[in-house]
Write a protein that binds this ligand. Sequence first.
Ligand code: GLA
Length: 422
Amino acid sequence: MIGMKIIKAMMVKRKKTGDKINQILIFGQDDLFERSILMRQLAFTPPMGWNTWNTFYDKISDELVRSTADAMVEQGLLDAGYEYLILDDCWSSVDRDESGHLVPDPEKFPYGIKDLADYVHSKGLKFGIYSCCGTRTCARYPGSFEHEFDDAKQFAEWGVDYLKYDNCHRPRSQTTPMLYRRMSMALRNSGRDIVLAACQWGIDDVHQWIRSSGAQTFRSTVDIQDSWDSIKSTVLSQMDKQNCNAPGCFNDMDMLVVGMYGKGLNPETSQGGCTDEEYQTHFSLWAMMNSPLIIGCDIRSMSPKAKEILTNKEVIAINQDPEGRSCYKLSVCGDDDSFVLVRPLADGDYAVGLFNFSEREWKISVDFWDLGLPAAAGLGFKIRDCYAHEDLGVFTEYFAAPLPPHGSGVYRCKVISTDHVV
Ligand code: GLA
């Protein structure tokens, strides 16, 4: 609690006085505690936003970004917490200019990046861009290898708040830890707060060293596709790595495909689409597992159901819980394709997610003693359904819910005395 009060006070000061560098000077180099809080604020909770890649691939433009910025505000996404608008690969010209600077593609971005970032900021949003630790990006545009400090300065001058930093075309002589440490150092010395979203695909034991590189998020998986199989394999690949996930540096399981329905201009991502039930399960998993929530569908034409899922404030509150605890997994008796995720929350509640990965309806049950709550303690759970937005009552010993194939339920559970329960 004292920690939260300090953090709130720091946030107020930060708003009043401007950027982080000034604040460090104000507080003085000696105050390491305050300084570390300021740094952690960049990803105190998992970043939330929207990215061009899943739906728009290389078909990006100034007009797309501006109209999406408008939609983020009009559709209530900014209010729900989605603050970063991120331009992925293919935004630059194929070569650097004569002085070695990155140049925006003049046809896609005729007014340049600074003007665009200013527009995004004028909407109350933050602006993100993409580069790569290799000589070229994955789509073969210029990468930042050996240009790290110049590029970071350029991004800061343009008003960039978030850098997605990819892992293609890396010279074989270079290790990934060193290259991500290098860009982290460049950003931290750029004069602007810039989130480093390391897009490292989970190779080279990234979970073990990424936190110490200074990055705020790390992509831990191969590229997601708009299909149930992809969602399922992404989640299962990260289940045993949840303890490497905490405030300041979060495990990024890739951008959301909620609401894509197999549409989009990216042939790599658009793989048939999912049902609304599957999209809801996808969102529940990303929320329970602390992943950044970066939307990938065209939000200018979102379906009502996709909007309902993506703006569910009760589920988002679990993802954004200030304590940022990781979840643990409980297996379900008699069914290998179902499981329960549990997460302690900052206010003393527990988030419980029930997941049915099987092909048939299944009543999933969680026994409270498996969470550490013996019935003999005289305690039970008051349970709230975060999708129905309904209090379900007080339960002792166990809770069970029937779930359709690929379905999920997310519940907020408060420990209460059961003495008065009849
Ligand atoms: C990689 C990343 C994707 C996307 C593309 C862009 O594949 O993992 O998320 O950024 O590069 O080329």
